[in-house]
Design a protein around this ligand. Structure first.
Ligand code: F6P
Length: 326
């Protein structure tokens, strides 16, 4: 007679933009689940793979040698279908057919919103915040941010060398969609003089140009302007700067460079802890939670409440960049 598998089952997927550290989360979830004798199904390409039931069973061995790798071994996608009622239903149905006791969703805002929709269809979900953007109001940290900032900072170090040799103005565009956090952190750690972020849309190019000229007047031989993706066209910004100031100006878009690479120790630590906590929540019979960081500590929130949270914008970093660049 065939032995019936009575183990609890969880699914795991990564969704949306990949973030360095996602593999370390997958590893932590799978290994903690193995420790508790829970069966794990790895779902490929986020919600796309869930809707088309593209999955495989995972064991400890499947997550060997991935803690240091960027990207995600489960691959990822931005699923258009999951944004429809039909797609949500299909995804929930697959969870039922697989008899999943929980689905662990690793991703940013859109991915966790997808998870909350599945929760409304009766799927037990556990979210883990992972996006380089650090744009989730419910958590002080999102996995991938530290690596992205370090990549940005290292690029700025290099651009600074050539910018200063040629006495140019350099316009560096970093990622972050509608959020200026990557730009702010790269600005402080890379020593940018001028920063343009979506949270301060009213800072116009005229003000930036005035500052560039003022800094030249003070004896600075080159300039570094950091532009967040959400501001718009950094190439045109550089053309305008050169036209008005007469200073030779170059622009660079760091783009997807910031999404890849070896995750930093900070990202591996948060990824390992959050992955572990997610499975422990499941073992403790929690329903529809998100693992978050609050007050520097790991905790968890109801997924619906978490997605409703709005944190006020903190002006401090922006003001400090201005002071440190005088
Ligand atoms: O959300 C992460 C992010 O890298 C954003 O900073 C950026 O706006 C977006 O993803 C780019 O998405 P895609 O890789 O789909 O072009």
């Amino acid at each position: 007679m065939r032995k019936v598998d009575t183990r609890k089952k969880i699914g795991i997927l990564t969704s949306g933009g990949d973030a360095p550290g996602m593999n370390a989360v997958i590893r932590a979830v799978v290994r903690t689940a193995m420790y508790h004798n829970i069966q794990v199904f790895g779902i490929l390409r986020g919600y796309e793979g869930l809707i088309s039931a593209d999955f495989h069973e995972m064991t400890s061995k499947d997550v060997s040698d991935i803690i240091h790798r960027g990207g995600t071994i489960l691959r990822t996608a931005r699923s258009e279908e999951m944004m429809t009622e039909e797609g949500e239903k299909k995804a929930a149905q697959v969870c039922n057919v697989l008899q999943l006791d929980a689905l662990v969703v690793i991703g940013g805002d859109g991915s966790l919103t997808g998870a909350s929709k599945l929760a409304r269809h009766g799927v037990n979900v556990i979210g883990i915040p992972a996006t380089i953007d650090l744009d989730l109001d419910c958590s002080e940290y999102t996995i991938g941010f530290d690596t992205a900032v370090n990549t940005g900072m290292e690029a700025i170090n290099k651009i600074r060398d050539t910018s200063s040799s040629h006495e140019r103005c350099s316009v560096v565009e970093v990622m972050g969609r509608g959020c200026g956090q990557i730009a702010l952190w790269c600005g402080v750690t890379g020593g940018a003089e001028e920063i343009m972020i979506p949270e301060y849309k009213d800072i116009n190019l005229d003000a930036v140009i005035r500052q560039i000229m003022e800094n030249r007047g003070k004896g600075k031989n080159h300039n570094l302007v950091l532009v967040a993706e959400g501001i718009g066209d950094s190439y045109n910004i550089s053309v305008e700067i050169e036209k008005i100031t007469g200073i030779e100006t170059r622009s660079i878009i760091l783009g997807h460079l910031q999404r890849g690479g070896i995750p930093t120790a900070v990202d591996r630590m948060h990824a390992s802890m959050m992955g572990y906590k997610a499975v422990e929540l499941f073992v403790g019979s929690a329903k529809n939670r998100v693992v978050v960081m609050k007050g520097g500590k790991y905790t968890d929130l109801d997924i619906f409440e978490a997605l409703e949270e709005k944190k006020p914008y903190n002006h401090e970093l922006y003001d400090i960049i201005k002071i440190l660049s005088i």
